[in-house]
Design a protein around this ligand. Structure first.
Ligand code: GLC
Length: 488
């Protein structure tokens, strides 16, 4: 067996990863992908900020490795390294209370400086990681996007660093870290490095952190093949489309997986009753329990539609705003769970007031409740404007709840649309970002639900038979890692 030192080391850098830190899909991915990659023969270790919001039970178990100071612009910044091994993966936590002792993860006036610090700290800690043959630095989203820039501009000439290839994965192109030009010198200390200054600059007054990663990384990836194509167009490209076009041959699109042990209707203890694709009877129990919990009429013939996730423009909330009343007038029950932008929360609460019989809006984050919705729903609605991958649709299929999605990004790549002639499919799609197209699709789908239970059951079975485990995705990541390691 290869020892740790012989196995190619991958330093996986993100600002959140379950079970330590999570605000969204990035946390899920960074929490589960490393284990799947480890099984493929890589020595994957994860670096995270030691944020105050990490649960105490983990913080207590962290072990101190060392501390030192490094320059960040004119500052001398403290950097502590602590470690903790969780489910076979070594995690490194970067400790700096002035940047990370906050009551949340993001959303502070100095986020630019916090993530610049984190990105540089990622590079700084590499020499201290014992028995680790670091060959790949794999960074995720804008919070780590300066690491590939620093790595090349501040550390090249040192063999340890020159041996490292960089990969940057885009989960969310909306947040790029656009900062004033002042940051370039004051925080990054790169104003006198012409290459970096040119690459980071987007106009004469501002720089863009993510642009740095897109230009400096050896490979760029994103979380579905369709999204990798879409971001080469201005509609999805968020002003970065020219870079994606130019770098199309270094751009990979790899569909995420889900943690199929955690999301498992056969064993899930958060749901009313367990079931599997061969023993579906209990799914109905879950549905009836959900109807009761929501205060709806308990009636198996009424379709229950669920929507779970952030209430933001990305998730298609504008479509819902247009047709929520028309939708609620149909014979159906709709439950929405999540938090997000106030305008959408208010809109939904208003609609709930007008339709108390069949509309429930739960403005919170509640993991266990989300499992009851995945298991008790008939349909999951996900009408996203754009969707790099999307996890809810995969979880829903695993629980036999058929997704209705807008045909974009990862939704397109994970849902097989129902074909009424062949009976194939694992869900439904509508093509255009148009509220009535969504409404008419839902009318057709709920009518299929009522009129043809046999077809519906078959679709449920097909959805539950899909393999969304990380193992498949990890196989493609392995190919990507081997490709970057072979490049000169
Ligand atoms: C972001 C994207 C989502 C993706 C997730 C994990 O949250 O919006 O589509 O599934 O990252 O990659």
């Amino acid at each position: 067996m290869a020892t740790a030192k012989e196995k190619p080391g991958v330093l996986f850098a993100a600002f959140e990863a379950t079970p330590f830190l999570k605000t969204g899909g990035l946390g899920d991915v960074a929490g589960s992908l490393p284990r799947a990659l480890k099984k493929k023969g890589f020595d994957v270790r994860v670096v995270l900020p030691k944020l105050a919001v990490i649960p105490e039970k983990y913080k207590k178990k962290m072990n101190y490795i060392t501390h030192f100071y490094f320059p960040l612009g004119w500052r001398s910044a403290y950097c502590g390294i602590e470690t903790y091994t969780y489910r076979g993966i070594i995690y490194y936590f970067i400790d700096n209370e002035s940047y990370f002792k906050r009551d949340g993860i993001y959303g502070y006036f100095d986020d630019g400086e916090r993530v610049a610090y984190f990105s540089k700290a990622i590079c700084e800690i590499i020499p201290y990681l014992e028995d680790f043959n670091c060959r790949i630095l794999h960074c995720h989203d804008w919070h780590t996007s300066l690491a590939p820039v620093f790595l090349r501009e501040c550390y090249s000439g040192n063999e340890l660093y020159d041996n490292i290839k960089t990969i940057f994965t885009v989960h969310n192109l909306k947040f790029q870290g656009q900062m004033s030009d002042f940051v370039l010198g004051d925080v990054l200390g790169l104003e006198n490095v012409p290459a970096a200054a040119n690459q980071l600059r987007v106009d004469k007054d501002s720089i863009n952190f993510m642009k740095g990663a897109l230009v400096y990384s050896d490979i760029i990836s994103t979380v579905s093949p369709s999204y990798a194509r879409e971001i080469q167009n201005p509609f999805y490209g968020e002003h970065m489309e020219r870079i994606f076009q130019r770098r199309w041959d270094s751009l990979w699109g790899i569909l995420n997986g889900i943690d199929t042990t955690f999301f498992n209707p056969e064993k899930d203890r958060a749901i009313e009753a367990n079931y599997s694709k061969d023993k579906m009877k209990n799914k109905l129990k879950c549905k009836l329990a959900l109807q009761e919990e929501m205060g709806f009429e308990v009636n198996e013939t009424i379709p229950v539609i669920v929507m779970i996730g952030r209430l933001t423009q990305q998730k298609g909330l504008d479509l819902l705003t247009c047709v929520i009343d028309e939708l609620a007038e149909q014979t159906l029950q709709l439950v929405i769970l999540g938090t997000g932008d106030k305008e959408y929360e208010d809109m939904l609460k208003g609609a709930e007031g007008r339709h108390p019989k069949n509309l429930r809006v739960l403005l919170k984050f509640d993991e266990k409740l989300s499992h009851r919705l995945y298991s008790g729903g008939d349909i999951l609605l996900m009408p996203s404007l754009f969707e790099p991958c999307g996890l809810s649709q995969m979880i829903a299929m695993r629980y036999g709840t058929l997704p209705v999605v807008r045909e974009t990004g990862g939704l397109k790549d994970s849902v097989k649309y129902y074909n009424e002639y062949t009976g194939e499919g694992t869900g439904f799609g509508f093509a255009n970002y148009n509220a009535h197209e969504m409404l008419f699709a839902l009318k057709d789908i709920t009518s299929l639900f009522r009129s043809n239970p046999k077809v519906w059951r078959k679709l449920m079975k097909q959805a539950m038979s899909e393999d969304f485990s990380w193992d498949h995705a990890a196989g493609i990541y392995k190919e990507m890692y081997n490709t970057v390691l072979e490049e000169n």
